[in-house]
Design a binder for this molecule. Structure first.
Ligand SMILES: Cc1cc2nc3c(=O)[nH]c(=O)nc-3n(C[C@H](O)[C@H](O)[C@H](O)COP(=O)(O)O)c2cc1C
Length: 397
């Protein structure tokens, strides 16, 4: 049977699935449910010294949207978006630390890891929250430089407002890294130009790992009322963000390899996505929106799915899959020449491929489609739209 254990910054996880910092990890009771559902780790809701960010959570709002970006009622499709307004942990730090301590004790009894998450509005505050979290017994602390909501709240300098200011972010990282002994993980916003450069700066400033990435800010009007959903701009994400996140995981993994461990978040829906995150280079994969939609038992199903996949494919350990897709990715200039071919016996002559060909390579005649080879660039558009399996193939030449 596959071994799902992961060593992340020197901490052993029984499996790579972490419940991300959000409402499913709002307090000890919720975090225990994530642990009971088999998560390797729980990342507590971000503890903060900002009263505004605590108060926002008491008025949190979210809607699952379908692929037309209308509010779902009942069935939520796999291609959903989660459009939300929410703050950080409800309790002031001293109170919230009781939730952390209780969860740390429970995690120790149940072979799980508790990761603390912090978000301050001042340099000294980050250090203070980091120390409190370390005193609470967590083996890892995530610094939340990614939360999109402070960007929408004038005067609240935390979350993404920090993640967009690389120098200030590094100053905080350095100060916290000096103040605590446990490794710190920096959770970044994707709404910057270059996360490879930023990750390198954070590593130099003392980050033990990075979390790629928090969510985006969006705006969704309701065309019936002419008003925006949930009153205006909000955080947005969902399974569709996965390739955008994996792009950064790919680049950071390709640049720093094992020198900068990565946890991935923003777009992991099920065990297949966990595999994609790992193959791109994330050792630990965080999940939030899908749990918010389907409940805690979703986590359990994904751990089982991952284990079955690994057994079926013969991957003995997570390490066997880590970064393998990134390692085998090649540059544009290295792509081998390819051309389409049509199997006349299988082709139904529907002509779909002609509509998707912009090189005049796909031609119709004598009851089936054929390829004018000198025109074909091997783009693969025809292969994708052909409704008959085996009628079109793309081959090296
Ligand atoms: C309602 C809600 C609340 C969240 N609260 C936090 C938070 O307190 N701290 C944090 O670092 N991220 C927070 N996040 C971001 C999640 O931890 C996670 O990174 C994000 O949802 C992307 O993962 P997903 O695609 O699995 O949902 C929140 C997300 C949502 C939807």
């Amino acid at each position: 049977m596959a071994n799902l254990e992961v060593d992340f910054c020197g901490v052993r996880f029984k499996n790579p699935l972490a419940a991300a910092s959000a409402e499913p990890t709002l307090n000890a009771a919720n975090m225990k449910k994530c642990i009971d559902a088999g998560a390797g780790a729980v990342i507590a809701k971000t503890m903060t010294d900002s009263p505004a960010m605590r108060e926002l959570t008491t008025r949190a709002k979210w809607r699952f949207l379908n692929d037309k970006h209308e509010v779902c009622r009942g069935k939520v499709p796999r291609s959903f978006s989660l459009y939300s307004r929410s703050g950080l942990a409800l309790e002031p730090p001293a109170e919230f630390m009781k939730e952390i301590r209780e969860t740390v004790r429970y995690a120790e009894e149940n072979n799980a890891v508790v990761i603390g998450s912090i978000g301050s509005v001042e340099l000294d505050g980050w250090v203070e929250l980091g120390k409190q979290m370390e005193d609470g017994g967590v083996p890892l602390i995530e610094l939340n430089f990614g939360c999109p909501h402070p960007k929408l709240m004038p005067g609240v300098r935390t979350g993404m407002n920090v993640g967009q200011d690389f120098d200030y972010a590094c100053e905080i990282t350095n100060a916290v890294a000096q103040a605590v002994k446990v490794p710190i993980i920096i959770k970044v916003t994707p709404q910057v130009t270059d996360l490879v450069q930023f990750s390198g700066m954070l590593k130099d400033a003392g980050a033990g790992a990075v979390t790629l990435t928090n969510r985006f800010i969006g705006f969704v009007p309701d065309i019936e009322t002419g008003k925006p959903l949930i009153y205006g701009k909000a955080g947005i994400g969902g399974p569709w963000t996965k390739p955008l996140t994996l792009r950064w995981i790919n680049e950071v993994r390709a640049t720093f390899g094992n020198d900068l461990p990565i946890t991935g978040t923003n777009g992991a829906y099920d065990w297949r996505d966990i595999v994609m995150f790992i193959m791109s280079g994330a050792s630990v994969v965080q999940m939030c929106s899908a749990v918010m939609c389907y409940g805690y038992e979703w986590l359990e199903k994904q751990v089982k799915g991952l284990e079955l996949f690994m057994d079926e494919k013969g991957y003995g350990t997570i390490e066997d899959m880590l970064g393998i897709a990134t390692d085998s990715a090649i540059e544009y200039s290295q792509m081998p020449p390819e051309k389409a071919s049509v199997d006349a016996e299988v082709c139904k002559d529907c002509g779909m491929c002609l509509k998707a060909c912009f090189s005049e390579a796909m031609q119709q005649g004598d009851g089936n489609v054929y390829v004018r080879e000198e025109n074909c660039v091997g783009c693969g558009g025809c292969y994708s739209v052909c409704p008959v399996k085996g009628a079109i193939e793309i081959n090296p030449y």
